[in-house]
Design a protein around this ligand. Structure first.
Ligand code: ADP
Ligand code: MG
Length: 380
């Protein structure tokens, strides 16, 4: 955090009033279920975005990011918060969203961000940026919002002002994570419970393939799920159990929509079973559920790619690995694997060499720990 503070001082010539950290997240199981009214099972991670901020007496809002230094300081007036097509549209969207939730921001402010999440790789740097902004604003202006509300505000900003039709998982994990635990979240009701990871190691491998969540494929999946939901005449796909689905699936005439629905229904069950498995300490079962999740995303939901399939399959052949799957929206990004702590060093070596051999690059690898949601680090 010291580095972000020092950068703030250098850029703005005074010390920040508030510093906070918001984590990224990795989803262990339950992919593409959140917008289908189902469960997700992410944890907040030790990588994320730091934010230093101070009030200004005029109505000027200024934004700087250590990760986008070429953009320089981006300026807005509080009276004109329309998007400018830069990264700062995310924090500005959050400011607008506070207004929409009944907490208008009436003052100017200076913001400085710095992140250690790989950008656009499915560890949700965008949600970390939104939740960091929301947490900083709450503290700076003493706004009585809960962490859950900050998550909803972040999602609103991303949906309305960035144009990404994301569910609530990413922001919720970033705001509500708990050290050593994953959080089973019902995306429909926002009911949640924590499940301990025990001594399992979590390793994330970045395929280096950039996903674009806002791309047409994501919106296609949402449309296909909506069509399947309509055909089944249910409130949400994940309201259907696998048993009910098998009885009623003939109602979905379109075979593509039927596959999409099958993924959502079974993936929701896997998320529920996965949380139970962790709570009872059954890491072997959890790993099998992860592998099944990957296959379903690959064949039924069709959001994987050759690189992710290779990483997941190779991981499963390495000793000490409980399970491995793509994580995040898909079409690139990262895999997440659960393994025995003493198997990590060998896993890293083997998977790096295999990926290099097949795709010509050494993948970035992150040893992940499950951490708390956004926290204030310092207030003046
Ligand atoms: P992700 O899967 O990481 O959330 P997105 O495409 O949803 O990928 O969000 C990435 C975008 O979020 C970046 O292009 C940038 O606009 C913004 N962003 C992420 N991290 C930072 C950062 N540290 N500073 C400024 N903007 C950031
Ligand atoms: Mg994102």
């Amino acid at each position: 955090m010291k580095k972000t503070e020092a950068l703030f001082e250098k850029i703005y010539n005074n010390a920040p009033e508030v510093c906070c950290f918001a984590p990224g997240r990795v989803n262990l199981i339950g992919e593409h279920t959140d917008y289908n009214g189902g469960h997700v099972f992410p944890c907040a991670i030790n990588l994320g975005i730091r934010c230093a901020v101070s009030r200004r007496s005029d109505g000027v809002l200024r934004f700087f990011s250590a990760n986008f230094q070429d953009s320089g300081i981006i300026k807005y007036s509080k009276d004109d918060l329309s998007a400018k097509g830069s990264w700062a549209d995310y924090p500005v969207g959050v400011i607008r969203a506070f207004g929409a939730f009944g907490y208008p921001i009436e003052s100017g402010a200076d913001f400085c961000f710095s992140g250690d999440l790989p950008d656009g790789s499915g560890l949700s740097s965008s949600a970390a940026l939104e939740v960091a902004t929301g947490t900083a604003l709450k503290e700076l202006f003493s706004i009585p919002v809960t962490p859950q509300e900050i998550a909803l505000i972040g999602q609103f900003a991303e949906n309305r002002f960035i144009g990404v039709n994301c569910g609530i998982m990413d922001q919720f994990a970033s705001a509500m994570g708990k050290r050593g635990c994953a959080v089973l979240l019902n995306a429909e009701t926002l009911g949640y419970k924590y499940a301990p990871l025990g001594d399992a190691a979590v390793v994330v491998v970045n395929s280096g393939v950039k996903h674009s969540l806002a791309s047409s494929a994501y919106n296609d999946r949402r449309r296909e799920c909506e069509a399947a939901r309509g055909a089944l005449k249910v409130s949400a796909l994940c309201a259907v159990t696998p048993e009910e689905f098998e009885e009623k699936k003939h109602l979905i005439a379109n075979p593509v929509c039927r596959k999409r629905a099958r993924h959502a229904v079974y993936e929701n069950r896997r998320a529920l079973d996965g949380a139970d498995a962790l709570i009872s300490g059954d890491l072997e079962l959890f790993g099998q559920l992860m592998n099944a999740s990957h296959e379903s995303l690959r064949r039924d939901y069709e959001v994987s790619c050759a690189e992710l399939d290779f990483l997941s399959e190779t991981a499963r052949s390495i000793s000490g690995v409980y399970g491995s799957r793509m994580t995040g929206g898909g079409f690139g990004g990262c895999t997440v694997s659960l393994l025995k702590p003493d198997a990590v060093a060998n896993y890293v070596e083997v998977i790096s060499a295999a990926y290099k051999e097949k795709f010509g690059i050494i993948p970035e690898i992150y040893n992940i720990t499950a951490e708390n949601g956004a926290e204030i680090i310092k207030r003046r």
